[in-house]
Design a binder for this molecule. Sequence first.
Ligand code: GRA
Length: 383
Amino acid sequence: MDFDLSDELIAVRDLAREFAEKEIAPTAAQDDKAQTFRGDLVRKMGELGFYGTMIPEAYGGNELGALAMVLITEEIARVHSAMRVGINMQIGPALTLLQFGTDEQKNKFIPGLMTGETIGCFAITEPDAGSDVAAMRTTATKDGDRYLLNGGKLWISNGPVTNGGLVYAYTDRTQKHRGMSAFFAEWDQPGLTRRTLETMGAHCSPLGELTFDNFPIPTANLLGKEGDGFKICMWQLNQTRLNCAAGALGVARAAKEAAVNYCNQRSQFGQKIGEFQMNQDSIAQMIAHEEAARLLVYRAAWLADQKRPNNLEASIGKYCAAEAANFAADAAMKILGAYGYSTEFPVERYYRDAKSYQIVEGSSNVQKMIIAQDALGYRKANR
Ligand code: GRA
């Protein structure tokens, strides 16, 4: 077992760290407050190749691997978690196109996602279909050489700003989940109404409601066959879950660093507050949870790089990393006291952003369901 990163991976991690500290950190607080979507930074990350680590060069990628994606994502999320979401919105559609798309679809859509010219998304969730993906109601009805989409999607990351991404809809509702299909939609056309939604955290990652009224998608943009949508969706979620897990590691690390720094600066009762054992207990637990989660997430990425199944490992990693991020943000808030609660300092942002990781891409409870049902023999996670 080799725990050392290759020189190439160290270089890409350092590049991401430098980019995050130089380009994202200086305006992170004001971007968060103003809820600014930083399309310029999305394109800059594209220029640096951050979206292409699992994509061949022919489509604008660099094939550095899944572990490279995790390392980059963690560095970006450590500085500003909301900017991490944008990475996933580029990678998710690109990987799914690579896996299920025709040559024409790959050539047409992946390069734009790599550069950030296409602002991606994946539209799965609906008002009554969150954890239960198969409960979605949006339909896609064939009409000559196009499908017409009717229905709506809710809580869609990049919803207000996306110009191209994945959407899942029923082409045959009588077939239950086997009647779901996956499409690549080019959004800037009539038939789509967007509404921006407000949330507690991840403010620079715009979240939206999409409503479809005969929204057209060319039949050429169907991924796989009609009815392949549910399996494509499960496959996609397994890839994008790893990105969320890496994001949670970044938040856990940021909160821990804030707590450690503060413990070394702040004195009360005549001594540095790091001298108090109750704070040491918090710091020790933050570090243990974060390090354990990191090993799990890296293992899931390593398995992906070996082309081995990793659904179970990605779920374990995502669950543990989300919980570690929340533990760390909560503990940092307690250690920093009013300085943690104040909106003039970043810990309250970590706290708000951490919550998203227990919700997105399969809530912590969905991950536990996947893990437990695999152990009990009810539903195999790796297939
Ligand atoms: O037997 P079959 O042919 O009918 O196939 C079944 C099964 O074998 C069928 O699907 C197949 N299947 C899979 N195939 C490949 C199930 N899981 C997989 C898989 N991993 N790979 C139906 O299976 P089922 O077990 O009956 O499915 P289910 O109970 O309806 O759902 C399972 C489950 C709960 C795990 C699933 O629905 C799920 O993952 N739910 C969570 C939804 C989720 O993660 N949503 C995320 C929304 S996007 C988002 O959060 C954006 C965040 C952005 C960001 O922050 O980055």
